[in-house]
Design a protein around this ligand. Structure first.
Ligand SMILES: Cc1ncc(COP(=O)(O)O)c(C=O)c1O
Length: 391
């Protein structure tokens, strides 16, 4: 068992810590804000490391690649909780799911995917459940006309049961007005499908894209947002069970990213603090080339907000590797550890991990009983990047 102190001392490079108590408390909060007919489907792309711990707390998992499905299987997630999503569903992998006792739901994002699922359900004589994803005018999902065609076709298809419609239009959706417009549109569309085409959805799966405050000065009023969201859901005419797909909003607050100051310099009047991590390991949504200040602290020191300003730069040999500009940190030293808050969503997955062949950071988990365990060792990317000559 580790303490934070041990981890800071033993890690020569940056690392992540995910706190399961914080995460579970967050899920309790989100659930307390949802109307009764709403359950949560966790989009594991936001953070696949915590799936096992939150399995008892959440109804579904949205999985967008064979890798994500394998992660869920490896920690014992029941396939009935899996929603196999994704703009490209690797046909061989989908075929392999049909060969097993897979009992989850598939989304349909194109006619090609629809025909593939029809073919496989015939080939393996298996009944399956699907959701059709409505496009938001991007490469994802299908048009309303295609949904109408598929729903007509489904009437004669005994093997494929469409349980409803999925819709996701983007992340960090701060505008509740946009959410209202989308849900009103979906409400009317679900009614049209039922009344004009005889197609009844028993599920509406909605990617809310609930936002997270990352930066000093962000003034997003979360309780009001969720109250309005409940009001919008309750005022839907089409009564159905609602599943909201959430990633960021579930996991962001449980994660912290720690990185050590390895060098200090003043070039042409600007103070630079170099850290052993960098933009290949931590990514904030809307960071805009470090123009905003993330919420952060220095381990064992007070940040003097009227103190000396620093540009915090990562270890990559790239001028873009700036984590924060003009951050008033005061008197910092080589060896100090910086802690970046709200790093539980995407950050750990989205960095350009292989760029410059630096290490992938270790990941630790603080369990409910306070024990801190390592769940991924530091990984030396040069092993992946070095050429392996084969004849
Ligand atoms: C289909 C789908 N659902 C849910 C999510 C999760 O979004 P967020 O992290 O904003 O909650 C994503 C993210 O890309 C997605 O593509």
């Amino acid at each position: 068992m580790y303490t934070l102190d041990d981890i800071i001392k033993t890690n020569k490079t940056a690392f992540y810590v995910f706190d399961i108590n914080v995460l579970k408390e967050r899920i309790r909060y989100l659930k307390s804000k949802m109307p009764k007919n709403v359950s949560i489907c966790y989009a594991i792309k936001a953070n696949p490391f915590v799936v096992k711990e939150i399995d008892p707390d959440l109804e579904k998992f949205e999985l967008c690649s064979p890798g994500e499905v394998e992660i869920c299987k490896s920690v014992g997630i029941d396939s009935s909780k899996m929603v196999i999503s994704g703009v490209y569903k690797t046909p061989e992998y989908i075929d392999s799911l049909f060969k097993e006792e897979f009992n989850g739901v598939y989304t349909i994002e194109s006619l090609t995917q629809y025909f593939l699922l029809c073919k496989l359900s015939q080939k393996y004589n298996k009944n399956i459940k699907v959701l059709i994803r409505l496009t938001n005018s991007s490469q994802f999902g299908v048009n309303e006309e295609d949904i109408e065609d598929i729903s007509k076709d489904l009437k004669t298809n005994e093997k494929v049961e469409c349980i409803g419609i999925q819709f996701f239009s983007g992340t960090q959706k701060t505008s509740i007005k946009k959410v209202r417009r989308e849900i009103e549109h979906m409400d009317a569309f679900l009614i049209h499908l039922r009344d004009d085409l005889g197609f009844t959805s028993s599920v509406f799966e909605y990617g809310l894209g609930a936002p997270v405050s990352y930066f000093e000065g962000d003034d997003f009023d979360e309780p009001t947002y969720f109250n309005e969201f409940s009001e919008i859901i309750n005022s839907m005419t089409y009564k159905t069970s609602i599943i909201i797909e959430l990633g960021r909003s579930v996991v962001a607050s449980c994660g912290k990213y720690y990185t050590h100051i390895v060098d200090l310099k003043c070039n042409k009047g600007i103070n630079y603090a170099l850290v052993d991590g960098g933009m290949h390991q931590i990514v904030y949504f809307g960071q805009q080339m470090a123009m905003k200040q993330p919420i952060m602290s220095i381990i064992g020191k007070e940040i003097k907000t009227d103190g000396k300003e620093w540009v915090i730069c990562g270890a990559l040999c790239s001028m873009n590797d700036i984590i924060v500009k003009q951050m008033p940190l005061g008197d910092i030293e080589i060896g100090d550890t910086l802690c970046f808050e709200n790093a539980g969503a995407y950050s750990v997955m989205e960095g350009m991990a292989l760029f410059l062949s630096r290490d992938i950071p270790a990941v630790y988990m603080k369990k409910e009983n306070g024990e801190v365990i390592c769940i991924r060792d530091t990984f030396e990317t040069f092993e992946l990047n070095k050429p392996k000559y084969k004849n």
